[in-house]
Design a protein. Structure first.
Length: 428
């Protein structure tokens, strides 16, 4: 029987065995061996020695009788007692086959879903043109892209990776987890900007873009892989292009966090010191980072963060923090004049904020002082009124006494009535 009907790939590990067996089967049949000479007559066999009598002390002890409590019942019907074990075996086989069928259905369903995702990515890739070296920003057909989906706010591309996707934004952070760029339902979803970011991104101090960690390597799988320092160092540029402006970014560091960490989603900071503290906090969780990160953190004014899932120690987040190259000292694109202008604007903003805060504090102090004085005046009036009431109570006549005489005098501008020590003026 032939071993192979077609040439065997060189990578197969059983080549040697197959070739050896084929060679053995192809050898010619050996020539018949010459007949041997007749064997000489054998000598008569010697008489056997007498068999010694067995020693009773060395004889093996007979096996003990089995325990009657565990004896197998006798097969009285003449049938084999293996039917129950055969039933269990058959049942296990059926269950195993069923599991294989389920696993196969899941596998082929996943493959079909991944194929659909690849087709979706191929369709949206028609809306963009890329340069071979990645040194120029993507050119996007915004008119056609917005005709397909008006939620589009930008385009994200990382040269040297598969990351090349439109970025959408909806009113929440759930919709594009399960909807394709054309808004059809899809397990792959779409890449999207956080709902709380100012459109189209790169306006707030931090912009956050989300993408799935797809096991077939699409979307942000390679972003998650950048926890490896060597892979991180291999990515030099991240392009984020809006309809009005392209942003050339550089990776700063990659860090892990868990899904309960809500501090990550900070988009604006009242003080520059708060922003620096935020960056240093998460730099402490970094898995990979720039070699000059400590100098860079003191200069950047905006960050662009790519967020995806990771499956290390449960369910968490991998985040890649990037910054505009124009804000990173030492880079060719660094704009020193813009950096100084931004620093001056930030200082003026913080000074104005401090003055505003001081004015609010003084106004609050004044309000509290006025409330204190009003309270004191009210307490004084209440005390005087109480004293007058006490004095009037002591001057009331005893039982049976005639009321005090009233003296009424006419005064200019009104009538004055006098009763005891109380005076009432009418018409004043």
């Amino acid at each position: 029987m032939a071993k192979h009907m077609a040439p065997v790939p060189d990578s197969w590990s059983d080549d040697a065995a197959d070739v050896e067996q084929t060679q053995v089967s192809a050898e010619p049949a050996p020539e018949p061996a010459p007949e041997p000479d007749p064997a000489p007559e054998p000598d008569p066999a010697p008489e056997p020695d007498p068999v010694p009598e067995p020693d009773p002390a060395s004889a093996p002890e007979p096996a003990p009788d089995p325990d009657p409590a565990v004896q197998t019942p006798a097969n009285t019907d003449g049938k084999k007692p293996a039917k129950r074990s055969n039933l269990v075996s058959n049942l296990l086989i059926v269950v195993g086959v069923a599991l294989l069928v389920v696993a196969g259905v899941i596998f082929f369903n996943n493959q079909r879903n991944y194929q659909k995702i690849d087709e979706e990515n191929e369709r949206v890739a028609e809306y963009v043109k890329l340069t071979d070296d990645g040194e120029q920003p993507p050119t996007v057909d915004w008119e056609a892209l917005k005709a397909m989906n008006s939620d589009v706010v930008g385009w994200l591309q990382v040269p040297g990776t598969v990351v090349n996707y439109p970025v959408f934004q909806s009113g929440d952070n759930d919709y594009y987890l399960s909807h394709a760029p054309d808004k059809s339902e899809s397990i792959g979803g779409s890449v999207f900007l956080d709902a709380e970011n100012t459109k189209p991104g790169m306006v707030d101090t931090q912009s956050i873009v989300y993408g799935h960690h797809m096991r077939n390597g699409s979307q942000f799988k390679q972003i998650a892989d950048m926890e490896n320092q060597e892979l991180f160092d291999g990515v030099k540029t991240v392009w984020y292009v809006t309809e009005n402006q392209p942003y050339e970014l550089a990776p700063l560091f990659v860090y892990y966090t868990n899904e309960e960490d809500t501090d990550v989603r900070q988009f604006s900071f009242d003080k520059d010191a708060d922003f620096r503290a935020y960056l240093k906090k998460y730099l402490g969780e970094a898995r990979a980072k720039r070699s000059d990160i400590d100098q860079v953190l003191g200069s950047v004014r905006h960050i662009f963060t790519l967020s995806t899932c990771n499956y290390e120690d449960g369910y968490g987040r991998t985040l890649l923090v990037c910054a505009p190259k124009s804000e990173i000292p030492g880079m060719e694109e660094y704009d020193a004049a813009a950096a100084q202008k931004a620093a001056d604007e930030q200082a003026a903003k913080e000074k104005a904020e401090q003055e505003k805060q001081r004015a609010e504090e003084l106004a609050e102090q004044k309000r509290l002082e006025q409330e204190r004085l009003a309270q004191e005046d009210q307490e004084r009036l209440d005390a005087e009124r109480a004293a007058q009431e006490d004095a009037a109570g002591t001057m009331q006549p005893s039982d049976g006494a005639a009321p005090a005489a009233q003296t009424i005098t006419q005064t200019e501008g009104g009538m004055q009535e006098e009763e005891g020590s109380s005076t009432v003026v009418e018409g004043a």
